[in-house]
Design a protein around this ligand. Structure first.
Ligand SMILES: CC(C)(COP(=O)(O)OP(=O)(O)OC[C@H]1O[C@@H](n2cnc3c(N)ncnc32)[C@H](O)[C@@H]1OP(=O)(O)O)[C@@H](O)C(=O)NCCC(=O)NCCS
Length: 328
């Protein structure tokens, strides 16, 4: 799917909040559990530490402070939210949805609330859905959450996946505004590549053996990621009539610093425009882009008028890009 946002009402992000669990897990700590080292992890991935949630926490607990901060920044009241989407692969449980749980805890009584499954691309898919409902006049105020407790589905004996992921969440408020925010989206999926990054044993398909952890073909995912980050970004820019020189802030999915470096070079983005936080959080799946947006806001790069390019990719296999003129 690809499109410009010309047809509907102008929609933008008006508030942003993020939250990560307190517990920091360093590479040295991981190397006490599996045969790995800080040197290997930093060289191959750029990751230095990540957060793991406490056993008492679920995704809704980690997401709730992010939602509250996003609403506060937008100057919005939860009771006025009429759409709440949680993009995740680790909901509190299969049902009720984490969206419904969060709507209740926030007091968003009039909200349509649900979860969306698009792997690490979930935040981009959820943004596009919320955009569509707002631009079409179905909803007025949306809360879009991206987050995971990946630590819950990692095999603590598999060094090839354990070192890559972390827990965290981010939330944004979307509203109809008086100027153009979102310019366009490009989203895609290739289920044929799904078994390169998957969680067998987590649904109705019965598998032999204890397949309830993330399984990954790292090399195939690496090849896919380096190709799709560039392709999706170029497609959405072309459709919206902008070039990479017009982009002020580039926010790629935070999976691996080598993947980000590759995309950055191919796209021709100067390093000062690239947001990187995979070193501090690891890959937080659908939480990674909002967490990176918060970093860019924190260091002063994300200001009204700046053109932001976001690209996610992950399980599905899925991918998605958005261009937004920042208005918050
Ligand atoms: C996973 C990844 C970092 C591996 O890096 P790589 O340079 O491709 O490494 P390889 O898979 O070739 O493995 C090299 C060696 O390191 C070993 N290795 C794997 N994980 C290791 C770890 N944590 N510590 C130490 N050694 C490790 C492998 O067993 C292999 O050993 P061998 O040569 O004796 O078989 C890389 O493929 C990657 O980032 N893929 C994309 C993953 C991703 O982003 N997934 C999420 C997408 S949303």
């Amino acid at each position: 799917m690809i499109g410009e946002t010309k047809a509907g009402l102008d929609v933008s992000i008006t508030g942003l909040g993020v939250h990560v669990p307190d517990r920091v897990i360093t590479n040295d700590e991981l190397s006490q559990w599996v045969d790995t080292s800080d040197e290997w992890i930093v060289t191959r991935t750029g990751i230095r530490e990540r957060r793991f949630a406490d056993k008492s926490e679920a995704l809704s607990d980690v997401s709730l402070p992010a939602c509250k901060d996003a609403l506060e920044q937008a100057g919005a009241d939860a009771k006025d939210v009429d759409l709440l989407i949680v993009a995740t692969v680790t909901p509190d449980m299969a049902f009720p949805s984490t969206g419904a749980i969060l709507a209740d805890r926030l007091g968003a009584r009039d909200a349509a609330a649900y979860d969306l499954s698009a792997g690490c691309t979930g935040f981009m898919y959820a943004l596009a859905q919320a955009y569509g409902m707002l631009a079409g006049g179905l909803a007025k105020k949306a809360l879009v959450v991206g987050g995971v407790l990946l630590s819950r589905i990692l095999d603590f004996e598999d060094r090839s996946t354990l070192v890559l992921f972390g827990d965290g969440a981010g939330a944004v408020v979307l509203e109809v505004v008086g100027e153009q925010g979102f310019l366009g989206f490009e989203l895609g999926a290739d289920g044929g590549g799904g078994e390169n990054l998957w969680l067998p044993g987590s649904g109705s398909r019965i598998f032999e053996g204890p397949d309830r952890y993330v399984k990954m073909n790292g090399r195939e995912v690496f090849k896919f990621a380096t190709r799709i980050l560039v392709q999706s970004a170029e497609d959405v820019m072309r459709r919206c009539g902008v070039t990479i020189d017009d982009v002020d802030v580039y926010v790629p999915h935070q999976a691996n610093v080598r993947i980000i470096d590759h995309a950055t070079k191919k796209l021709g983005v100067p390093s000062e425009k690239v947001v990187i936080n995979v070193d501090r959080y690891g890959n937080t799946s659908s939480g990674s882009i909002p967490l990176a947006l918060a970093d860019a806001a924190g260091d002063g790069r994300l200001k009204p008028g700046k053109l932001v390019l976001m690209t996610g990719m992950g399980a599905g296999l899925t991918w998605g890009s958005a261009l937004i003129r920042w208005t918050a």
